[in-house]
Design a protein around this ligand. Structure first.
Ligand code: SF4
Length: 195
């Protein structure tokens, strides 16, 4: 197999996981253990869809309402409906990210924008429902084949090992495709060991 041209795996990440103070309350959710576990083998590409939408820091909390098949993202304090603007922002951002050649993405858990699974959705009938954050939904839809995982699941060593193997394979495929036309040199690079 061809040598990976890039020195690092390139992963998108919810910016608050890197320690950026972009949360609604002005704080962050730096995932120190995860960052240490993935180590120096990763080049991070941070994204905060809520800040990029112009909601500011700090900002009023937002939440998902409706049903999983008809979600609305709203700011209860003002009554603003942010569904359309967030979907448009997310689609454009996902197209932009695709051009960067990401090998995977780590999303923040428990966020109405970033969560991949199980965001609580408020409903008038009081029944509990679960949905996917709007940015996460556009990422899954628009970046087909991208390896995506939630930060909370990556605390599990086995899940993390599988994730690293998949993103490394993605990086390797990309390098193989790029070098097939550009260079006859074909050498194998070593997969990093997840800690
Ligand atoms: S979870 Fe997503 S939207 Fe919320 S602060 Fe983190 S990066 Fe921004």
């Amino acid at each position: 197999m061809a040598k990976i041209e890039r020195e690092k795996i390139r992963l998108g990440v919810s910016a608050c996981l890197l320690g950026a103070r972009v949360r609604y309350d002005g704080g962050h959710k730096r995932a120190g253990a995860l960052l240490r576990a993935l180590g120096a083998d990763v080049e991070w590409v941070p994204v905060c869809p809520e800040v990029e939408l112009g909601l500011g820091v700090p900002r009023p909390p937002i939440l998902l309402v409706g049903s999983p098949s008809s979600l609305r993202l709203v700011e209860p304090e003002s009554g603003r409906d942010l569904t359309g603007p967030m979907r448009r922002l997310a689609r454009a951002r996902v197209r932009q990210l695709a051009r960067l050649g990401l090998d995977g993405f780590v999303l923040k858990s428990r966020s109405p924008s970033c969560r991949l699974r199980g965001v609580p959705v408020g409903a008038r009938d009081g029944r509990r429902r679960r949905g996917r954050g709007l940015f996460a939904a556009e990422l899954v839809r628009g970046a087909r084949g991208l390896v995506i995982e939630e930060e909370s699941r990556l605390a599990d060593r086995r899940v993390r090992a599988r994730f690293v193997a998949r993103v490394w394979a993605a990086a390797q495929r990309r390098a193989n495709a790029a070098s097939a036309a550009a260079s006859p040199e074909r050498t194998q690079s070593a997969m990093p060991t997840p800690r």
